[in-house]
Design a protein around this ligand. Structure first.
Ligand SMILES: Cc1cc2nc3c(=O)[nH]c(=O)nc-3n(C[C@H](O)[C@H](O)[C@H](O)COP(=O)(O)OP(=O)(O)OC[C@H]3O[C@@H](n4cnc5c(N)ncnc54)[C@H](O)[C@@H]3O)c2cc1C
Ligand code: SF4
Length: 479
């Protein structure tokens, strides 16, 4: 283990983000890019190497990262060995080290009565150092099996499956309907949280290792599944959960109301294509912006609108404000449901003088002007009683707005691909397959990631991508 008494002597210290005043002027990563090796070694020394490392299993890390092992290696200044251990369980630690909410830290044993080990910071530092030092280079595959696999969708699930299957010696082609590879890593999670150079660096690595990428290929529309079946021995669907939940209130059709993903994609595609975010209808400049719904997507809308120069930003949440500490019915090692201040909230508080979140608000209707543009929202306060939502009388309020972003999650994958492939859906409308074997109702077609499990996290997409690769490999052996 790290330092035997490290957890008693050393305090948790997380790496700070760039100063708010500076970072809101650009779309670069919020991270400083500076990893202080000595400080990180001290943080690694806080790991107790407890008998049952909950951080790496059960409620902790979904890819079972070997956390106590690499904490110890970092403490002992063995960064390259730490990198090797990290890559054994995680194909893309540079993604999770930046964007993972870190359930591992929620399950850290030290976290029962002390601040948890800074696991996520250490993970990011190990892999960033690996790239900086040139320790990560293409692992060429020398012996191919002759079997071919098509992967549809290039998010983290598709990329993890492609990486694993290629290293197993199968020829892999990844089909993506968008013009860039990466799924929500590319168009979804903003540049501030995950630089697109970081995403492209890994894609280039996979390409040089033998994975083929085909963009602008919409399977089920431009190219049908039947055609893929004639060319490939197995097909994996990793198409994500892309059908956004809508808010069918009065005047929903007003101009200026967009699903969050449409707003984010338009802006970040424009930034990548032209070096600047969208200046037209997707610009928040000088507008009163209302973001309806929270989570990562809501925060990303806040961070983006603020950088575009929004006049004001308010974020409606239907639920109660979470407690500052774990509630009794949310004990360790469960994921702590507590009040958190993410990067966008911190930035909005700094710019507008107040946290943008307003809780227990239900949108009753939108208001539009004579030209059909959204000009306001009518809300009512709500409270929850025995799980039942009740409106509170005389609490109706009108909010001025010229741009509304709907960030209320995703319902399921779209169904044109499953219709074309004639595979079954589960009761939630996701592609139906058991976790573990990932087989759809059609032999030779598999699915993984958000299109199977529903809207989730990058780390779970990587977990499922690795899992589906094992299942496909076993299937290919039977052919
Ligand atoms: C705005 C936003 C912010 C987020 N922030 C975080 C975060 O901070 N941390 C975190 O852990 N998670 C975050 N998430 C969730 C995370 O991004 C997803 O859980 C994860 O990307 C799912 O991976 P996936 O590979 O299953 O699907 P996706 O990443 O959704 O990729 C699916 C890909 O399939 C393509 N596709 C779909 N249909 C077809 C077709 N018929 N033919 C060809 N291609 C197709 C899509 O274009 C897409 O590129 C965020 C999500 C959003 C929307
Ligand atoms: S992938 Fe997420 S849960 Fe796993 S060690 Fe990294 S931050 Fe923790």
């Amino acid at each position: 283990m790290g330092k035997v008494t490290g957890f008693l002597e050393l305090d948790r210290e997380i790496e700070p983000y760039r100063d708010v005043e500076i970072r809101i002027k650009d779309y670069d990563e919020i991270f400083t890019g500076i990893h202080d090796s000595e400080k990180l070694q001290q943080q690694g020394a806080r790991c107790m190497d407890c008998g049952v490392p909950f951080c790496q299993s059960a409620d902790g890390c979904p890819v079972d990262n070997l956390i106590p092992e690499w904490n110890d290696l970092v403490y002992n200044d063995s960064w390259r060995d730490a990198l090797e251990r990290l890559h054994k369980t995680n194909n893309f630690p540079e993604f999770t080290g930046r964007v993972c909410p870190a359930p591992c830290e929620g399950a850290c044993v030290l976290g029962m009565n002390n601040p948890a080990v800074t696991i996520k910071n250490i993970e990011q530092s190990i892999v960033d150092k690996g790239f900086d030092e040139g320790w990560i280079s293409p692992r060429k595959v020398s012996d191919y099996s002759g079997k071919k696999v098509a992967i549809v969708g290039s998010g983290p699930a598709g990329l993890a499956a492609a990486d694993e299957l290629n290293q197993m010696g199968h020829s892999v082609a990844v089909y993506e309907r968008s013009d860039r590879i990466g799924g929500l890593l590319m168009y979804g999670i903003p540049n501030m949280k995950l630089g697109k150079d970081v995403v492209n660096r890994r894609i280039d690595l996979l390409r040089s290792e033998g994975v083929e990428f085909i963009t602008n290929a919409n399977i089920g529309r431009d190219l049908m599944v039947e055609e893929l079946r004639t060319k490939f021995d197995a097909i994996v669907f990793t198409t994500g959960s892309t059908k956004a939940r809508d808010l069918p209130a009065e005047n929903r059709e007003a101009k200026g109301i967009y699903p969050a993903m449409e707003y984010l994609k338009e802006n970040y595609k424009s930034l990548l294509d032209h070096g600047d975010v969208n200046k037209d209808q997707f610009s928040a400049k000088n507008k009163d912006v209302v973001v309806i719904g929270g989570g990562d997507t809501g925060t990303d809308c806040i961070g983006t609108a603020l950088r575009q120069g929004a006049k004001s930003i308010v974020n409606f949440e239907l639920m109660n404000k979470p407690p500052l500490d774990r509630a009794e019915k949310n004990p360790w090692p469960e994921w702590p449901i507590i009040y958190r201040v993410d990067y966008g909230h911190e930035e909005a508080t700094s710019v507008y003088g107040k946290d943008p979140r307003r809780y227990q608000l239900l949108t009753k209707s939108f208001i539009k002007d004579k030209e059909g543009n959204v000009s306001g929202i009518k809300t009512v306060n709500v409270e929850f009683e025995n799980g039942q939502l009740n409106e509170i009388t005389n609490t109706e309020k009108i909010w001025d707005t010229q741009l509304v972003l709907l960030s209320m999650g995703f319902v399921s994958p779209e169904h044109y691909l499953s219709d074309d492939a004639e595979i079954e859906l589960d009761e939630r409308g996701n592609y139906k397959a058991e976790y573990g074997n990932f087989c759809t109702s059609k032999q030779g077609i598999f699915c993984a990631g958000d299109c199977r499990r529903g809207q989730s996290l990058v780390v779970w997409a990587i977990n499922e991508g690795r899992g589906v690769a094992k299942s496909v490999d076993s299937y290919l052996e039977t052919l």
